[in-house]
Design a protein around this ligand. Structure first.
Ligand code: SAM
Ligand code: SF4
Length: 363
């Protein structure tokens, strides 16, 4: 049963140096055409299920003007929301206005995800961001004033010339915001980004790990639960939408380049605007075998610090979790831990959990 929806808004008021997402410079005509196409796609594909989590990401949804956002919310009214829904929208500080905050509130948004990325001017410039930390403080205060208590901020670390002290300062600044959720990502130099074209490199892995450790220890000691490799939340504020992905549950993805997982099928939408406008929504449709589905369940599930519940796994896939691949051996080697009904990656290995999993799932 599909009960989650992701919607991609591919417009930004500026392009960041590290970003490889599907996005364009904001353009009024393009936006209007896009929203019309998005409405068509949703009306064609949505089957009327009750939706528990809705996530509008990008791109920068907050780069749309008020009328465009109103149109977007009009389109979204098609979804039947569960009583206990989570509805997130991604925003950037520089184009989030009081009017937009009020509009979000009036349209049932109950979670905000803000791209903070860094708090030091030098690093914000390196990332090509168009805001400063004072603006973040101002906008977070405004969001709280208008009743938003479920706020995430994204941080990128492991930047060129960044020291552990710089990360410490970012963390102090972020903690002063007192938000309910923090996502932290080590900078990846992706193809077709400004940083890649400039010949920039990722930093040394050992320093990257020390930064990760500093972030985890600091956030945990300030009451945040480390619940997924890159994510921290105050108790009860874990992202329900992202947990759908990590729990290998079904979701719709609408819009350019969005991904869906429905039944046994993974669908990736086209990233070509012209094709999308013509109604050729799909770029790739992959029918998954039972083995593929199990592999996804492991790769995604072991990202969670609590790991995978053995009983739930058996009920869903009719196979014992520890009978798969070389899980028993990994437990013996203490890379995986089998405790209280769950199997999870040993906490001191969570940073390299991907490497551990590739060893067996990647075959
Ligand atoms: C979909 S993007 C957010 C879009 C939103 N417009 C913004 O700028 O915040 C989600 C997050 O992924 C992270 N991210 C994107 N590209 C990255 C990269 N190359 N390396 C590390 N983190 C990245 C950033 O923290 C970003 O906020
Ligand atoms: S990081 Fe966000 S604001 Fe920057 S270009 Fe990518 S989607 Fe746009």
């Amino acid at each position: 049963m599909t009960s989650s929806v992701y919607i991609h808004i591919p417009f930004c008021s500026h392009i960041c140096t590290y970003c490889a997402f599907t996005k364009f410079y904001y353009d009024k005509n393009m936006t209007s055409d896009y929203l019309n196409s998005l409405e068509k796609e949703i009306k064609t594909r949505y089957q009327g299920e009750i939706i528990k989590t809705l996530y509008i990401g990008g791109g920068t949804p907050s780069s749309l003007d008020i009328l465009e956002l109103e149109r977007l919310f009009q389109i979204i009214k098609i979804f039947k929301l569960d009583k206990d829904y989570e509805f997130t929208i991604e925003v950037n500080p520089e184009n989030l206005t009081l009017e937009k905050i009020k509009l979000f509130k009036d349209n049932k948004v109950n979670r905000i995800s803000m791209g903070l990325e860094a708090t030091n001017e030098k690093f914000l410039n390196y990332l090509g961001r168009h805001h400063d930390f004072n603006l973040v403080k101002e906008k977070i205060a405004l969001l709280k004033k208008y009743g938003f208590n479920n706020i995430n901020v994204d941080l990128i670390y492991a930047l060129k010339d960044e020291t552990l002290d710089d990360v410490k300062l970012d963390l102090e600044n972020i903690l002063s915001l007192n938000v309910s959720h923090i996502s932290t990502y080590s900078l990846m130099i992706e193809d077709n980004t400004i940083l890649k074209i400039k010949g920039e490199n990722e930093i040394n892995e050992d320093l990257d790990y020390l930064m990760y450790e500093l972030i985890s220890n600091t956030l945990k000691s300030h009451g945040y639960v480390h619940y997924e490799v890159s994510n921290f939340a105050k108790v009860g504020f874990e992202s329900k939408h992202n947990l759908v992905y990590w729990n290998n549950e079904e979701y719709y993805g609408f819009g350019l380049s969005a991904a869906s997982f429905i039944g046994n099928t993974r669908i990736t939408n086209t990233n070509n605007l012209n094709k999308y406008k013509l109604g050729n929504y799909f770029r790739e449709i992959e029918e998954l075998s039972y083995k593929d589905i199990l592999s996804y369940a492991l790769i995604l599930g072991f990202r969670k610090i609590k790991g995978i519940n053995k009983k739930e796994f058996f009920n869903r896939y009719q196979v014992e979790l520890d009978s798969l691949y070389n899980i028993k051996e990994l437990i013996k080697d203490k890379k995986l831990i089998d405790k209280d009904g769950n199997i999870f990656v040993s906490y001191d290995k969570i940073y390299v959990e991907n490497n551990i999993l590739i060893n067996f799932v990647g075959e």
